[in-house]
Design a protein around this ligand. Structure first.
Ligand code: F0G
Length: 371
């Protein structure tokens, strides 16, 4: 192809020299940043919105879309808020980051902290973190503290360390109680509207600490306020059965299922999430581990999207509400898939088809396949 043909095909007179935009630049007018905020980036955001045709057909929802947040740099949606929280910590001159985590926040804090040259401490419930997430934090050089307790205990501890009267100067708490995390996570809602050219009718999302559902709702409202869209979605949040509000504050007593779902006893952003639900005429519901794992397998096998199990709560929930007739099945439905399947290799292995042993010959492989 001649140069001019290439340019015509790209749809413009000039070659695309601008390259991949930066998330914080792109949505700057909606974010708390200024010229003095460091331009930190690992290439976060701009994740795919995939039309899930097969799964949508199977559940009678032809306009089912998946927001694939596992495509972020550390494999989860946390990077959207972490990039902003860490950039702002740098701007303030802080030297260290600390968080409690079920794993993804830790992986993200570790990576952005490494990139920013900061010390990172992650406080995790001992024995309850999926292998991939823990390795990410370790690989990035974070100091990992494993506490005997659950996520709620870990969050209480880091809040006490950073927020109490003996506050440690220069240490930034980067859990989602940090407003910069919430602000950055709004960008997921902006991208969905940009890709669809409108707001979806429903936004389905897993709920742990209830920060992401609150952030998305704030993002949709921002976009409507600026008249970039003229409607708002109904917000559908799905918790893992066994988490709050069904059992508030109870210790998680089934550690073998922890990696599957995010089970948080006392969600830090619960009030905001309830407001999102009520203001949007949406709902927050529980889905079982079995429903989550069914959706997890179907996403990989019928859509080619390998998400982490907790992510599949959004699809499991939509499937359930669609079957109950509780949602308009003809509507545009976006399910947020919050993390990548490689985060949790143990659950993947338990659900995997086994390799077929065969001799290294054409006939051997054909015989093994029954071809
Ligand atoms: N999905 C995944 C994969 C998560 O890791 C989390 C939260 C959520 C959904 C829930 O999001 O808390 O904003 O409602 N993970 C936190 C962590 C708790 O420490 O990585 P939320």
């Amino acid at each position: 192809m001649q140069g001019s043909d290439v340019r015509r095909q790209l749809g413009g007179g000039r070659p695309p020299l601008s390259g991949r935009p930066r998330l914080l630049e792109r949505y700057r007018s909606f974010l708390p940043i200024s010229d003095s905020t460091p331009r930190l980036s690992l290439g976060e955001g701009f994740t795919p919105l995939v039309h899930a045709r097969a799964l949508g057909r199977a559940i009678g929802c032809p306009l089912l879309f998946l927001k694939v947040e596992g495509m972020n740099p550390t494999g989860s949606f946390k990077d959207r808020g972490m990039v902003l929280a860490v950039a702002r910590a740098m701007e303030a001159g802080d030297g260290a980051l600390i968080c409690a985590s079920t794993g993804n926040t830790a992986a993200s804090a570790a990576a952005y902290g490494a990139s920013a040259g900061m010390e990172v401490v992650v406080v995790l419930p001992a024995g309850q973190i999926a292998a991939g997430k823990l390795l990410q934090a370790q690989a990035a050089g974070a100091r990992v503290v494993a506490v005997e307790g659950n996520f709620d205990d870990a969050l209480r501890v880091v809040r006490e360390i950073t927020g109490g009267s003996e506050e440690r100067a220069g240490v930034r708490l980067v859990n989602s109680v940090n407003p910069d995390r919430l602000a950055g996570q709004k960008t997921g809602a902006f991208e969905i509207c940009d890709d669809l050219g409108r707001a979806p009718d429903y936004l389905a999302i897993p709920v742990g600490n209830a920060a992401n559902i609150s952030a998305y709702w704030a993002g949709f409202r921002d976009y409507r306020r600026e008249r970039f869209v003229d409607s708002l979605p109904r917000m559908l949040g799905f918790q893992a059965a066994g988490a709050a509000p069904i059992v508030i504050g109870r210790r998680v007593d089934r550690p073998e299922t922890i990696a599957t779902a995010i089970r948080i006893g006392d969600p830090a952003s619960w009030d905001r999430a309830v407001r999102a639900r009520d203001d949007s005429d949406g709902r927050i519901d529980a889905v079982s581990d079995e429903e989550i794992l069914d959706a997890y397998r179907d996403l990989a096998r019928h859509e080619g999207i390998f998400c982490e199990p907790a992510s599949a709560a959004s699809v499991a929930g939509v499937r359930k509400l669609a079957a109950e007739g509780a949602i308009d099945r003809g509507g545009t439905i976006v399910c947020v898939l919050t993390g990548h399947g490689m985060k949790d290799p143990d659950t993947a292995r338990r659900n995997a088809l086994q390799p077929i042993a065969a001799p290294a010959t054409r006939d051997g492989v054909r015989a093994a396949l029954g071809w």
